[in-house]
Design a protein around this ligand. Structure first.
Ligand SMILES: [Mg+2]
Length: 256
């Protein structure tokens, strides 16, 4: 039986407008009242995670989501007076930040191996405050090429490479939606088989294959749909928030 639902935001719970379908909001409220925990699992920083919650009237007045996994690393828990960040957030940020110089060395090597690849990079402030290097490519196929080269270069190092369409990030191997969701599930004394996770793109992959009940929406990357299919998960026939509603109705609503 599913006792926690973990949802990606962009491309999954949120429409392109930033809104969530009213019917899906009502379903989430209903399962939350029934004791099912709701978690957001996003690559967004905390402040930019709150924006859509405010827009959909889930913050500051809401009783869910009970957990926010932000930056694929940091955990915020809903308390009486809003979200409280977990004490461990600082240590995980510092661990990731300690690999910034290695990230720069790998990017220099990428520039030598593939000198015609054009990309922008987040600035020093962003790297220090968020703890990692993020690169932006013009075309998805260039991001894929960089992803493949960097993945080879990062082998045997504390870094892993993640890709989300045209963005490629160098992240600590100790972070990720899957690992962080496991920490939240452990904290709630839940096994991953009691967690339904829904995501649409590459940075959701690790979470979707971590032993959870996996699902994805109709608009998801083909590769993600294939992986969800292989893990026996559900692919909704609807896009984004309506797709999430359909998944919740089928998986949580029937008590599977
Ligand atoms: Mg997404």
């Amino acid at each position: 039986m599913v006792k926690m639902v973990a949802l990606d935001l962009d491309g999954t719970l949120l429409e392109a407008s930033g809104m969530i379908a009213q019917t899906t909001l009502e379903q989430l409220a209903k399962i939350s009242e029934g004791g099912c925990k709701i978690a957001i699992a996003t690559g967004r920083p905390y402040i930019r995670t709150l924006d859509p919650l405010k827009k959909n009237h889930l913050y500051p007045q809401g009783s869910f989501p009970q957990f926010l996994i932000c930056e694929e690393r940091d955990v915020y828990e809903l308390g009486e007076h809003g979200y409280v960040d977990w004490e461990s957030n600082q240590a995980t940020l510092e661990e990731e930040r300690s690999h910034l110089s290695l990230s720069h060395r790998l990017l220099s090597q990428l520039e030598k191996i593939a000198p015609t690849l054009e990309f922008a990079i987040n600035n020093a402030y962003s790297q220090t405050s968020r703890g990692f290097v993020e690169t932006y490519f013009v075309y998805p196929h260039e991001a894929l090429e960089a992803f493949e080269v960097l993945t080879d270069l990062a082998e045997g190092t504390p870094l892993k490479v993640t890709r989300n369409s045209r963005n490629v990030c160098l992240r600590s191997r100790k972070v990720g939606k899957g690992l962080t969701l496991k920490r939240v599930a452990d904290y709630c004394s839940l096994g991953l088989s009691e967690v339904l996770a829904v995501g649409d793109s590459h940075n959701d992959l690790e979470m979707l294959i971590s032993g959870v009940v996996s699902a994805t929406t109709n608009n998801a990357d083909e590769m993600i749909k294939e992986v969800v299919k292989q893990t026996g998960g559900l692919i909704s026939s609807l896009d984004r928030s309506l797709g999430v509603g359909q998944i919740i109705q089928r998986v949580v609503g029937t008590g599977e």
